[in-house]
Design a protein around this ligand. Structure first.
Ligand code: 5GP
Ligand code: ZN
Length: 138
């Protein structure tokens, strides 16, 4: 897929309509068409990157700061007592649109959504996994 075909690049370039709630030189934020709750916002870098893992650090900082402001705004203007920030990185994680985006999802008491459920490690597995990650991150 080229940037020419990318859905969110088209939104960034204003080639297709979106309910844009904030934009600056590096970031655009607009309403998700299928919200978890009204006010669910997608925060995207103007510069195309396929997913979180391949986004440059400066763009990640920019969208994180805008996501904070959007979160504050949904609490203030939509009376949401909380919000979730989400990223789906890769098909296995539920990513459908291959242009990096942070979800900012207003949350209300009793809105019916649940967070993921944890499962326990097998004997010795936690140390093994920690070692692999430490090596990869070292
Ligand atoms: P993902 O699963 O890739 O993290 O999330 C993609 C999100 O983009 C979904 O929540 C979906 O509702 C939203 N979306 C898909 N197509 C469009 C569109 O054309 N316009 C807007 N505003 N949101 C879209
Ligand atoms: Zn794109």
């Amino acid at each position: 897929m080229t940037m020419q075909d990318c859905l969110f690049c088209k939104i960034v370039r204003k080639e297709i309509p979106a309910a844009v709630v904030f934009e600056d030189e590096t970031v655009v934020a607009f309403l998700d068409i299928k919200p978890v709750n009204p006010g669910h916002v997608l925060v995207v870098p103007r510069a195309h990157a396929a997913d979180y893992a391949s986004t440059d650090d400066a763009s990640l900082r920019d969208i994180a700061v805008v996501a904070k402001c959007v979160g504050q705004a949904v609490m203030r203007s939509l009376q949401a007592p909380g919000f979730n920030i989400g990223v789906n990185n890769g098909r296995a994680a539920g990513q459908l649109v291959d242009h990096m985006h942070l979800h900012v999802m207003p949350r209300f008491e009793g809105d019916g959504y649940e967070l993921w459920h944890g499962k326990p490690y097998a004997e010795g597995e936690m140390q093994e996994v920690a070692e692999k990650l430490k090596t990869a991150l070292g």
